[in-house]
Write a protein of this length. Structure first.
Length: 573
């Protein structure tokens, strides 16, 4: 019958060929070129073929309308046989079963949809939270498979030609009070609901660790500062440029306090205790976070750079002439530090003013961000654009590099003078922190975890600064014997600044019994800095014996051109 149907379709196609070619020859090659598979398929539809009163009809959809025998592959004691168990007339839609269902053998592999009897359908209805993926080369609407929607999609049902069509729809976001509000699918999967944004979670394990370290370090630093202030009149503390040291102490404590701003954001809009968990920091709080972070490093690096630059200029000038370097007095040092900090404030203000503003007219703002790993959650965080963030970071990095350079070039100062070693250790660590921080911050996509490198950078820098600059000095104050902090005897030549008169000055001190007279003449202190090393305001100290390798930058504060005998001291920290 199939041959007869194909013959009838080819005959109709041949007649169409002759009609299209206006009666010209349509045999052989011309007809083969004329045959089109799509046209032939359509001509097979609505055809009927009969052989011995057995007819096959093909409807307008290409489906055969005939009577089918239903066969069942059954196992006998010694072999397998095909048994007819019924028939189905597709034209009349009549199913006749001649065998009871319990006598039918089913292959377990063809059981579908969790039924004991296979269903004669292509697909079952999809569930909510799923979509229909059409099967077949022509995307037949009758056959599909069900696929789960993603975590941020729900099922949207539309009717196409009277049949339901299940498709996934993205949960949309909208703006509310200048915040992006995200939605997530409801549990039933047929719609979306608002995701209540969460602020920084102080119960997060990482947050607990950072806050604990921060509070402990803040308390320890405060205790060390109290000891430092109580002993400010001691020659070991007084010989460290007290004013610059106080600024560095302030920068360290300021760093610890700044870190709290990232993990304890100001909550606003709390109408009840329960609402405070879902409140958010305001925009001014974001600006405060950014400003404190930028200034934390500046208030440490600026006085440190001023101090080591002062040391460098004094020794460099002392090698060439007796001329006094400019701006080495305390008041000028404080002015220089103030200018360096003011430049950072100016950089922050300019970046906030000229950067690309958002729709609400601000460059730094609060925003709601959808979680990367769990789209059903969102969190509120301060959004700082890179054009705003990078310039202050680069400025702090330049300060650190300048400190590192001065610490490097002063590494060969007299052996007694190793203040620059601790400064160098501090600034080298700071530079490494910034070099590691910038790529880490940029590569982190989640705004929630962008606070990780910020907090770690602040914490490590503050700890290293305290440990390298102040802890050794306080340790010496408590555990180093007082006699070891005194000075050893030496001679040095000083040049007068006013009349260029050369004066020979001998320091009053007891000679070091372990050192010979010849070694004293070549002692590193013979290469010590000129008389103007330090500021006029500092006081002189008692002379004595010392074997410590320290020399303070205030060691020569009280040496005057006209003096023949002067007092000086070495930093014994």
């Amino acid at each position: 019958m199939s041959v007869l149907l194909l013959e009838s379709a080819l005959a109709d196609l041949f007649l169409r060929c002759r009609r299209d070619k206006l009666g010209k020859n349509c045999n052989g090659k011309e007809f083969r070129e004329y045959i089109n598979s799509d046209d032939l398929q359509k001509l097979l539809w609505n055809k009927q073929g009969c052989v011995d009163n057995n007819c096959v009809d093909i409807d307008q959809y290409g489906e055969g309308q005939t009577k089918y025998s239903i066969m069942n592959f059954q196992r006998n004691p010694h072999s397998y046989t095909l048994q007819e168990i019924g028939s189905y007339n597709t034209k009349k839609g009549i199913l006749e079963m001649t065998t009871p269902p319990e006598n039918i053998t089913w292959n377990p592999k063809i059981l579908n949809f969790e039924n004991d009897v296979p269903l004669s359908i292509c697909s079952s209805t999809c569930k909510m939270g799923q979509r229909q993926k059409q099967m077949g080369y022509d995307n037949s609407r009758c056959c599909w498979i069900c696929e789960d929607c993603s975590k941020h999609e729900y099922t949207n049902i539309t009717m196409i030609d009277g049949l339901p069509n299940y498709q996934c729809q993205q949960c949309e976001k909208y703006t509310e009070s200048k915040l992006h509000i995200y939605t997530s699918p409801v549990q039933s999967g047929d719609g979306c609901e608002k995701i209540v944004p969460q602020s920084m979670d102080v119960t997060d394990p990482f947050t607990i660790v950072i806050l604990t370290l921060d509070v402990v370090c803040l308390l320890l630093t405060s205790a060390l500062l109290v000891i430092y202030v109580k002993n400010k009149t001691h020659r070991l503390i007084k010989a460290t440029s007290l004013e610059l040291s106080y600024i560095i102490w302030f920068g360290v404590i300021f760093s610890y306090v700044s870190l709290l701003f990232y993990f304890l954001p100001l909550q606003t809009g709390c109408k009840s205790p329960g609402d405070c968990n879902n409140a958010s920091p305001n925009t001014y709080w974001c600006y405060l976070q950014f400003l404190t972070f930028s200034l934390s490093f500046t208030t440490i690096n600026a006085p440190m750079l001023t101090r080591v630059n002062r040391i460098y200029r004094i020794f460099k000038t002392g090698k060439k002439s007796a001329a006094k370097p400019k701006f080495i007095e305390t008041k000028y040092q404080l002015i220089i530090v103030g200018v360096l900090v003011a430049v950072q404030v100016l950089v922050v203000v300019i970046c906030c003013l000229v950067s690309h503003f958002g729709e609400d007219g601000v460059s730094i703002k609060i925003n709601n961000h959808q979680a990367d790993k769990n789209p059903t959650e969102s969190y509120i965080a301060c959004e700082i654009p890179y054009p705003v963030l990078l310039p202050p970071i680069i400025y702090n990095l330049l300060l650190g590099l300048a400190c590192a350079y001065h610490a490097f070039v002063t590494r060969k100062l007299p052996d007694n003078f190793n203040e620059s070693r601790f400064i160098g250790m501090t600034v080298y660590t700071t530079v490494i922190i910034w070099i590691a921080f910038i790529p880490a911050y940029i590569t982190i996509n989640s705004y929630y975890y962008k606070g990780v490198p910020l907090s770690v950078a602040l914490l490590i820098n503050a700890i290293i600064t305290t440990g390298c600059l102040f802890v050794p000095r306080l340790y010496a104050l408590r555990w180093v014997e007082g006699g070891r902090m005194n000075l050893r005897s030496m001679s040095m030549s000083l040049h007068s600044i006013g009349d260029k008169t050369k004066h020979s000055t001998t320091l009053d001190a007891k000679p070091d019994r372990k050192r010979s007279a010849s070694s004293e003449s070549t002692s590193p202190i013979a290469r010590s800095p000129p008389k103007y090393f330090g500021n006029k305001e500092s006081s002189s100290y008692e002379s004595g014996t010392s074997t410590t390798p320290y020399l303070s930058e205030d060691s020569f504060n009280n040496i005057s051109p006209s003096s023949s005998r002067v007092s000086s001291e070495y930093d014994a920290s």
